[in-house]
Design a protein around this ligand. Structure first.
Ligand SMILES: [Zn+2]
Ligand SMILES: [Zn+2]
Ligand SMILES: [Zn+2]
Length: 232
């Protein structure tokens, strides 16, 4: 007897990328899922293709989204892409690719002048992560370290731009080719309320009701603990 759902699931196993970690989707974020676990979930035809993520959530396997690593263009170069920072650091510590996580945390070249203007130190989150990595209280890939690193990354400052500037359609960009973002603001993506899935294409936007400034208390607390200067 032909059972359509069996055929469908086996086809999806075939599309799973050949990499240690693939992507699981949960609450608008992309998490790391061990490939063998994803394969087991698909093969078993588990309802909703539910699988456990590296950071301990339940997620739906998303084979078409590719691998969970920084080379996946889906993640872009920065941190505000919905990529789970806790999963990101767990994988980075296991695979010794901390440099890629640090690089993604550093301000982008076009954002650096505005962030330098708005923050005491635009590299504060980077310096905190470097201090955590330099401390030897825990084994290299201990989840305690990944949790601290992931928390720092989740609270790294985000540059908030007027829509026209974000799209490169403002007067300054038209005149000079680039924009120095004179009307930019800065906020903490984790402490602020950001629009949920209800907002459609605007999901993830900071709400006017609750945009928490940066550096937030989380970064300040971590900086104090690790003796990292806040900057001037
Ligand atoms: Zn995660
Ligand atoms: Zn502009
Ligand atoms: Zn925060």
């Amino acid at each position: 007897m032909n059972r359509p759902h069996t055929t469908r699931f086996s086809a999806d196993v075939a599309t799973l990328p050949d990499a240690p970690y693939v992507i699981g989707a949960a609450n608008g974020a992309q998490h790391a899922v061990a490939r063998w676990e994803a394969e087991a979930a698909l093969t078993a035809g588990r309802p909703g293709w539910l699988v456990g993520t590296l950071c301990g959530r339940a997620a739906t396997v998303a084979p078409a989204w590719g691998t969970f690593d920084r080379t996946n263009p889906r993640f872009g170069s920065g941190y505000l892409t919905g990529r789970c920072p806790y999963c990101g650091w767990l994988v980075a510590l296991e695979q010794n690719t901390e440099h890629a996580e640090i690089a993604a945390l550093a301000p982008a070249a076009d954002e650096l002048p505005a962030l330098t203007r708005l923050l005491p130190d635009p590299y504060l989150a980077v310096r905190i992560c470097e201090a955590i990595l330099a401390s030897d209280h825990w084994d290299h890939d201990h989840p305690h370290r990944a949790q601290l690193l992931g928390h720092t990354a989740a609270h790294a400052p985000s540059l908030l731009l007027p829509e026209q500037c974000a799209e490169g359609a403002c007067d300054e960009a038209a005149e000079h080719g680039t924009c120095s973002y004179p009307d930019a603001d800065v906020g903490c993506p984790a402490c602020s309320v950001r629009a949920g899935a209800w907002a459609g294409e605007w999901e993830g936007q900071f709400t006017t009701e609750c945009t928490a400034t940066s550096p937030c208390d989380v970064l300040r607390t971590l900086a104090r603990h690790y003796d990292v200067q806040l900057g001037t």
